[in-house]
Design a protein around this ligand. Structure first.
Ligand code: IPM
Ligand code: MG
Length: 369
């Protein structure tokens, strides 16, 4: 047997550790069921790390993450740590962004679909949302998040100026464009690339570069360009008109929350953020798997967080990290079964707690073989 896959689990803050516990239960169960050997280690990230180590992400965690085959993250942040001001790059004041940069995970895959059992939890009519299946491909290690210089300065008139820079190089755009085109080939063959090329220089470069990569390397994929503001309207209005949505770091952050509406709750959304394009049959080492939702301090400690975003992130880990698409499909079906059985957590209008939803998914997994 080959060596076990090493998984580093970083619960983070508030509901982060609660949903990661559910994700790990499903991970252990599916690994056993599909004969995948895994070795799991846990550590701290975010405010939890700050409280113990005085930094949001330690060098030791970075080293462990580099050695891991896959990293499962919960969520980071909370009001306790909001007031901490650290000058310099965002990587100093946010553990998750440090990890993303250290691992060079630039390819954030954030899928959202309409689940039949949840249509009533969405603001959509059935005929508008039924069958919606979207994938945001978000550039995740460049752009305005990391552009230098950034900071604050006091102007001569006494005002304070806060600033950051939006910048992209052709190489950064080319590599994320390829990720989107590759993803589209495994789906319905459409990419919509989002930008503000009407006002931003980096947006103009984005559009030209995506267009060139599409024309030269992926003529089989249908490509269209949309301005970001219009895209928000168009995707919200008719989500079924879209397949892959390619966007830079900031716009990808925005649109990935928007598409959660088709799933009924932000709590449903998983993600995989990889240091390479995802190709069937080519597992990628060192990917970060995390629910898209935040740390939800308002409901933490009550055991009522929706664990499905974390559980579906584990499905993405089996697919992209371990090369086990069948296990991924089985987890998704187990989730579908739990939803169909009406086991809905409060964010979806139900009363099922985190443990109940998780148990139901585990139960469905067992009976799926
Ligand atoms: C996300 C989050 C992060 C981001 C925050 C927590 C830094 O919103 O992963 O979508 O802005 O990238
Ligand atoms: Mg976000």
């Amino acid at each position: 047997m080959s060596r076990p896959f090493k998984v580093l689990a970083l619960g983070g803050d508030h509901i982060g550790p609660e949903v990661v516990a559910s994700g790990l239960a499903v991970l252990r169960h599916a690994a056993e069921q599909f004969g995948v050997a895994v070795e799991i280690e846990e550590d701290l990230l975010g405010g939890a790390s700050w409280d113990v180590h005085g930094t949001f992400c330690t060098d030791a965690v970075v080293a462990k993450a580099r050695a891991a085959d896959a990293i499962l993250v919960g969520a980071v942040g909370g009001p306790e740590w909001d007031g901490i001001r650290i000058d310099g790059p965002i990587t100093e004041s946010d553990g998750l962004t440090r990890l993303r940069i250290e691992l060079d995970v630039y390819n954030a895959l954030r899928p959202a679909r309409a689940w039949p059992a949840l249509v009533a939890q969405t603001p959509y009519r059935q005929d508008v949302v039924d069958g919606a299946d979207l994938l945001v491909v978000r550039e995740n290690s460049g752009g305005i998040y990391y552009g230098e210089p950034r900071g604050r300065e006091v102007l001569s008139d006494g005002q304070i100026r806060g600033f950051e820079i939006s910048e992209y190089r052709t190489g950064e755009i080319e590599r994320i464009a390829r990720c989107a085109f590759e993803a589209a080939r495994g789906r319905r063959g459409h990419v919509a690339s989002l930008d503000k090329s009407n006002v931003m220089e980096s947006g103009k470069l984005w559009r030209e570069t995506v267009e060139r990569v599409g024309r030269d390397e992926y003529p089989d994929v249908e490509l269209r360009h949309l301005l970001m503001d219009y895209a928000l309207f168009a995707v919200a209005r008719a989500p079924r008109d879209f397949d892959v949505l390619l966007a830079d770091n900031l716009f990808g952050d925005l649109i990935s929350d928007l598409i959660a509406v088709v799933s009924g709750s932000l709590g449903m959304l998983p993600s995989a953020t990889l240091p390479a394009a995802a190709r069937p049959g080519h597992p990628v080492k060192g990917g970060l798997y995390e629910p898209t939702h935040g740390s939800a301090p308002d409901i933490s400690g009550q055991g009522i967080a929706n664990p499905i975003g974390a559980i579906l992130s584990v499905a993405m880990m089996f697919e992209h990290g371990f090369g086990q698409p069948l296990a991924a499909r089985a987890i998704e079906q187990a989730v579908d079964g739990a939803l169909n059985a009406g086991q809905l957590p409060p964010d979806l209008g139900g009363a099922a707690d985190t443990a109940t939803v998780t148990q139901m998914v585990l139960h469905n997994l067992s009976s799926n073989t």
